[in-house]
Design a protein around this ligand. Structure first.
Ligand code: NOJ
Length: 751
């Protein structure tokens, strides 16, 4: 049997067989053996990641010579197999390539953007979405996704907030872990598993003024307490890869940050996976002003611990010379190559390099579409309801469907959907027509897209509203207004949408505003006009059916804000877990209530905006339902604990309405006095529970030192004696606190 036939035979056998996890020791010894046989150029080739451009002769040449370790953006399974065959059968050592892609919230079946998934507060939803994404993408040969992004995002101006799980480190960590579990499954070597990539390490979400790629200035205590927290959990969850970020932190770009990549990630946390640069981020250390040229950038990145160079061509261009001149040791290069080869073994690529063409393209399975619909149902948030929702079938016969997002197949998918087939998106218009009958839905978009300023469609929209019993106004932001490099300084509804809503309101029919967007927008004026407000972060393929179910009442709302909604753009960055200041807001006098020629101190000199007041318009954790929930007083198992002690806190939640619903009970703590001032509240845990009408459930959470500690000096944490509050609450702005004290061990013994 010739080499090619044998290899094809072997891969077919392997596909048919159940993959077995290769023990770490065996992977180590295979990697050592391979490393020992590699030339320096072959090693450097393994560290090189390129964007694919098909089965092109020069790419084939590079692969055969061993100059490429990974390709991104190649999604045709036949091409994937052709290129892989060149690596496996026609390169000297036969080392397989890893094919990567940004599969961020679904490959073909598109789930809500990550910020939307975060609004579900349900790790199961996130895990299931990731599993489906991995199954679909791996069916064309993608075995590595650049997701999850767990950058803490406290600023809605930043376009990439769409790809994040929002502003809270605990929520982001739990959902990030679920996403890793979904992508990687139980066995990374299984042909339908994808390696996850925890990104962007680190601090990218703190980009100054919410402008993408901007600088960050993050004190180490804040970095560790907030920005690094989810990443640490993703190491524990076994994320196979990490990606370093574009930004600099305190003057050091991540691609050259040895403290971050080596000392903290590998040294302190014991990470043993692979680190990829972001696209061109090694080269970008030159415009940052950190590297004089690409050669220096390559040296800085290698020494910092960037294993794979994504599209900077820094390693292929300069690493050989750096080794020859002694600036970089070959042992250092070996340690990076080891991480890349280990990943390839962990993915089972040596045993099973090819896409199984017979089972390729596992897209849009009915069960996947069903899961995508449930994900939107769980993540849409009911922000306001004066009784218009659910639509009352005995009163509502004709529905006016208005607004630029009602039938936006492309835009409802959101950002980062390179593989979108927009004709598969089921829009709200289509779903409502199916549910209520085409003859009962009067469609008049009013505006062609969300930025449209032309009011020529208003007259038809108003006419439709007059003929209907209820107006459903689908507003929002197009997909292109959020995501990478798509930041906005003004967070209001774009175009003439607000004016259109005002005209609809004048008609006098009940108006429901449904916003689909990539971030939390400043919708205070529009919320005040509407009778009900639904917020649906771009929901993907099944947005329409899910919204139809929710609006009609077939499904109940259970989404909760994963971010704080501002009253006005100028409040950003806005987040619930802020510090109190020495003059917390009180006795707020707003701009229009200030008397003319009022004295300078007449408004009280506390911490608020004259025009926006203080705090969120819709707070973190907030969301309504078609039923109501009541929280009992929190009960503590102890009122004093030692710094290394634990206690339990419980609370009974009751469904006091008359239909079944799901509630997200949120555990918050506050350390009242500390050597470094602490936030007014910090989420520590949550539970999403479903209760029947009248049903009560007692929830119990355990508070451990890990929930009470904060960083004081590098990795050092403390739990300081003193008073703490704890809440089990429906959101960050409500709830009744219970108090306990952390006491010095001696004082506790004396009690
Ligand atoms: C740049 C983005 O920052 C990163 O998130 C993405 O994974 C890479 N490009 C690859 O497309």
């Amino acid at each position: 049997m010739n080499k090619r036939l044998f290899s094809a035979f072997l891969s077919a056998c392997c596909l048919a067989s159940v993959s077995a996890v290769m023990p770490d020791a065996e992977i180590d010894s295979r990697v050592s053996d391979l490393l020992g046989r590699m030339t320096l150029d072959e090693k450097i080739g393994q560290l090189n990641q390129l964007s694919g451009y098909g089965y092109a002769p020069d790419m084939v040449g590079r692969i055969r010579s061993g100059a490429v370790g990974s390709l991104l953006n190649e999604t045709d399974p036949e091409v994937v197999n052709q290129l892989q065959r060149e690596a496996v059968e026609n390169s000297r050592l036969g080392i397989p390539l890893i094919f990567a892609r940004d599969v961020i919230h679904g490959f073909k079946t598109i789930f809500p953007i990550p910020l939307g998934q975060a609004a579900s507060w349900n790790p199961d939803i996130v895990r299931e979405g990731a599993r489906i994404a991995a199954d679909e993408a791996s069916s064309v040969g993608i075995r590595w996704t650049f997701s999850p992004m767990v950058d803490i995002s406290r600023d809605a101006r930043w376009g990439r907030i769409a790809e994040s799980f929002g502003e809270d480190p605990v929520l982001s960590a739990k959902l990030g872990v679920a996403m890793v579990e979904g992508y990687q499954g139980d066995d990374l070597a299984s042909p339908n598993a994808m390696a996850a990539c925890a990104k962007h390490f680190a601090g990218y979400g703190a980009s100054e003024s919410g402008k993408d790629y901007n600088t960050t200035w993050i004190p180490e205590t804040l970095l560790r307490d907030v920005y690094l927290r989810p990443f640490k959990e993703l190491v524990k969850a076994g994320s196979a890869t990490f990606m370093c970020s574009f930004n600099d932190i305190n003057g050091v770009p991540s691609s050259g940050n040895r403290v971050l990549l080596e000392d903290i990630l590998r040294g302190e946390w014991g990470y043993d996976g692979m680190m990829v640069s972001d696209w061109g981020s090694i080269e970008q250390m030159i415009p940052h002003g950190y590297s004089a040229d690409l050669r220096q950038a390559a040296s800085q990145a290698v020494n910092a611990g960037v294993d794979m160079d994504m599209e900077s061509h820094a390693y292929t261009g300069h690493l050989r010379h750096l080794v020859e001149s002694g600036e970089v040791s070959e042992a250092r290069v070996d340690s990076l190559v080891r991480n890349v080869l280990t990943l390839k073994y962990r993915l089972g690529l040596f045993e099973n390099p090819y896409v199984d063409m017979a089972s390729s393209r596992r897209f849009y399975a009915p069960s996947s579409l069903d899961a995508a619909r449930r994900a939107v149902e769980e993540s849409a948030i009911l922000l306001k309801n004066t009784g218009t929702l659910p639509l009352n079938n005995s009163k509502v016969k004709k529905i006016a469907v208005i607004g630029p997002m009602a039938d936006a197949q492309h835009d409802q998918a959101g950002t980062w959907v390179f593989d979108l087939e927009k004709e598969r998106s089921v829009t709200p218009l289509t779903a409502l027509q199916q549910m209520y009958g085409k003859e009962n839905v009067i469609y008049a978009p009013g505006l062609e897209h969300t930025r449209d300023l032309d009011t020529k469609g208003f007259a038809n929209a108003v006419k439709a509203a007059r003929k209907a019993d209820v107006v459903l106004f689908f507003a929002g932001e197009e997909a292109v207004l959020s995501g990478e490099a798509h930041c906005r300084a003004d967070l209001s509804l774009p175009g003439a949408q607000s004016r259109l809503l005002a005209e609809l309101k004048n008609v006098g029919k009940p108006v429901v505003m449904i916003v689909q967007a990539g971030r939390q927008l400043a919708i205070m004026p529009e919320s005040e006009m509407a009778d009900a407000v639904v917020y649906c972060f771009h929901g993907g393929t099944m947005t329409g059916p899910a919204l139809a179910n929710l609006l009609s009442g077939e499904a109940n709302f259970s989404g909760r804000c994963p971010v704080s909604f501002p009253r006005m753009s100028g409040q950003e960055p806005l987040y619930y877990n802020h510090k109190n200041t020495g003059r917390p807001a009180s006795g707020i006098t707003l701009i229009n209530d200030i008397e003319t020629e009022a004295g300078q101190t007449s408004t009280g000199c506390t911490s608020y905006f004259l025009d926006a007041g203080d705090g969120a318009f819709y707070p973190f954790g907030y969301g309504l339902s078609y039923t109501t929930f009541e929280y009992g007083e929190p009960v503590l198992s102890a009122t004093s604990i030692a710094p290394d002690g634990s206690l339990k806190v419980s609370c009974t939640v009751t469904n006091t309405g008359n239909r079944e619903g799901a509630e997200v009970a949120q555990l918050y703590i506050r350390d009242h006095v500390a050597s470094l001032v602490r936030p007014v509240r910090e989420l520590r845990d949550f539970a999403k529970i479903t209760l029947k009408p009248g049903e009560s459930r007692t929830l119990e959470f355990t508070i451990t030192p890990a929930d009470l500690e904060f960083h004081v000096n590098g990795a050092q944490t403390v739990v300081e004696p003193g008073e703490f509050s704890v809440w089990i609450a429906p959101n960050a702005a409500e709830g009744t606190p219970a108090k306990f004290t952390v006491v010095k061990p001696n004082d506790l013994a004396a009690k």
